[in-house]
Design a protein around this ligand. Structure first.
Ligand code: GAR
Length: 189
């Protein structure tokens, strides 16, 4: 059994799509969700799905020893960032080199980097009058949104789009592709 740990800070809709995709499988499962926000909606979502979710304090994320120990104790094969807004510390990157992936809601390198997350990204895409946007699934290294790209998936941006409308279209791409990319990585490892 290959085991996934999801790191998330917010709403958790991607985490939910991933959990549901692997529900009932005997080869891949979401083992645990780790968060840096105790009040994030993801905890309620995971509670309903029967997936344990744990909150760590800022200091614990910063030094990361307890987190690495937990990941090792749970025999985690892949760390999946899904709307995780804290920086991944070098200790975690060192232990899980090549086994941490992220999803970003634009076509990197456009509209990535520090401060670019969630609705800020969609607003920047619209402000730049892009005609297409999409998602980037990439490896995580120490540069924010700088790891090697695994795959990108595109959608149209309409002239009438608000950031909220574009976010919905991009979310649909995320829910479809992220679980499948995770599956393909784990089946090849
Ligand atoms: C997703 O759209 C994800 O791509 C984005 O945050 C959203 C989380 O939604 N991540 C970033 O912007 C990272 N830079 P969710 O909590 O409902 O899955």
């Amino acid at each position: 059994m290959k085991k996934i740990a999801i790191f998330a800070s917010g709403n958790g809709s991607n985490a939910e799509a991933i959990v549901k995709y692997f529900d009932g499988r005997e080869d891949i499962k979401v083992e645990i969700v780790l968060s840096n926000r105790s009040n994030a909606a993801i905890h309620e979502r995971m509670g309903k799905l029967g997936i344990p979710s744990v909150t760590f304090q800022k200091e614990q994320w910063n030094e990361s020893t307890t987190i690495v120990e937990l990941l090792k104790e749970k025999s985690i094969d892949l760390i999946v960032l899904a709307g995780f807004l804290a920086i991944i510390q070098p200790a975690i990157i060192k232990e899980y080199t090549g086994r941490i992936i992220n999803i970003h809601p634009s076509l990197l390198p456009r509209h990535g980097g520090a401060g670019m997350w969630g609705m800020h990204v969609h607003k920047a895409v619209i402000d730049a009058q892009e005609t297409e946007s999409g998602i980037t699934i990439h490896h995580v290294n120490e540069a924010v949104d700088g790891g090697a790209i695994i795959s990108q998936h595109r959608c149209e941006v309409m002239a009438s789009d608000t950031p909220e409308v574009l976010a919905e279209r991009v979310h649909e791409l995320e829910y479809y592709h992220y679980p499948r990319v995770i599956e393909s990585i784990l089946l090849q490892s």
